[in-house]
Design a protein around this ligand. Structure first.
Ligand code: M6R
Length: 360
């Protein structure tokens, strides 16, 4: 049941310290720098030249997080919408790993893409929350995210576990490929190890409820970010529209000036996600929106330069740059939740949506 919580969504947001702890349990050792994900049947990823992700919705945003993390460590990777895959699949060969990211393991679009990749000769894997799901039966390998059951239609704790697992997978693939462990691995693993504590702190101190209330009568809500923060901006907007029924959109920070800026007014608050990747540029982009009257809410660590210009601040504890997006996402989950509460939305079962989408 929901226990002390009004909604499963809030319960599941609040469970993230535990779900993340479960996800990494026994899989990382910050002291030795070891990442031990699973006994993958294939043993090693040294023969993999490219990783393609296929996924839908929130899982697609986690996939984008993963593909960005792979590109950052020098492995060529793309994230593709599973429902576009059949019409626009990039070329595949036996050095391509196709990873289906799917919480349920039952999403029809994602299963189709996975099956067609397997038929075209790719190596396949699924990153899923459900042991024995169809995706896990179809794929050569399964990486479980161990988030525990998620009841709310809005995916929350499964996103953070997916994104974290994909970051670890990225490091593992890179290490198998180059035979070298990156020198920054220890700091990443230390940050992963203290992620449950960081989320706990964030949940205790979050100003999300008052931010949601301050901007409750706005016309539209925009979210921007760069690099890993871009996928978080997209996810922030999806969550917001899904449960509040308000217009929300996510953009790459640098894209704002290429069109979306025309939508910006004093009635369109802009959430700017700062994850340590070219933050000064994102800050400039946010300032351009602010000049047009949009209130800017900076999602960033305390002491960040964005706080000086921002109208509001949602604090994320200091962490490794590769994982900062996970913390920013928790703040955005809370903002959506509180905004939807103020509007009296059903939250756990938004209209027109289903938890598992088993039709094409
Ligand atoms: O089970 P899956 O991860 O494959 O589901 C994919 C999407 O339908 C899902 O992530 C959806 O976007 C979320 N429930 C939205 O919060």
């Amino acid at each position: 049941g929901k226990g002390e919580y009004d909604h499963f969504m809030l319960k599941e947001i609040s469970e993230q310290p535990t779900s993340i702890a479960q996800a990494i349990e026994g899989r990382i050792d910050p002291r030795s720098g070891t990442i031990d994900l699973e006994r993958f049947e294939r043993g090693t990823f040294e023969d993999i030249d490219e990783v393609q992700f296929v996924a839908c919705g929130t899982s697609y945003h986690a996939a984008l997080y993963g593909s960005t993390a792979l590109n950052q460590v020098g492995i060529s990777s793309t994230a593709l919408l599973a429902n576009e895959y059949s019409v626009a699949a990039p070329p595949i060969d036996d050095s391509t790993l196709v990873v289906a990211v799917t919480q349920s393991g039952e999403t029809a679009d994602t299963l189709n893409a996975l099956r067609s990749a397997a038929a075209a000769g790719a190596k396949t894997m699924t990153v899923t929350n459900v042991i024995g799901s169809t995706a896990s039966r179809v794929a050569d390998e399964t990486l479980l995210i161990r988030a525990g059951p998620e009841i709310g239609v809005a995916a929350t704790k499964t996103f953070s576990s997916q994104a974290l697992m994909l970051v670890l997978l990225a490091r593992r693939v890179a290490a198998d490929q180059t035979g070298e462990v990156r020198t920054d691995r220890r700091s990443l693993l230390e940050a992963a190890d203290s992620m449950p504590e960081s989320i706990e702190t964030l949940l205790e101190q979050s100003q999300a409820a008052s931010v949601a209330s301050r901007y409750r009568d706005s016309q539209a809500y925009f979210f921007i970010g760069r690099g890993l923060g871009y996928s978080v901006a997209l996810e922030g907007a999806l969550k917001f529209k899904e449960i509040t029924y308000e217009h929300a959109e996510g953009f790459a920070s640098g894209e704002l000036k290429h069109g979306p800026l025309a939508l910006v007014t004093p009635e369109t608050p802009l959430f700017a996600v700062f994850t340590g990747t070219e933050d000064e540029k994102t800050l400039k982009n946010a300032a351009e929106a602010q000049t047009r009257g949009a209130p800017v809410i900076a999602v960033c660590p305390p002491g960040h330069e964005a706080i000086e210009i921002a109208d509001d601040h949602l604090a994320i504890p200091e962490t490794d740059a590769t994982l900062a997006g996970l913390l920013a996402n928790v703040q955005l989950q809370l903002v959506s939740y509180y905004a939807a509460t103020l509007l009296d939305r059903p939250i756990d079962k938004p209209r027109n949506l289903a938890k598992s989408v088993t039709v094409e």
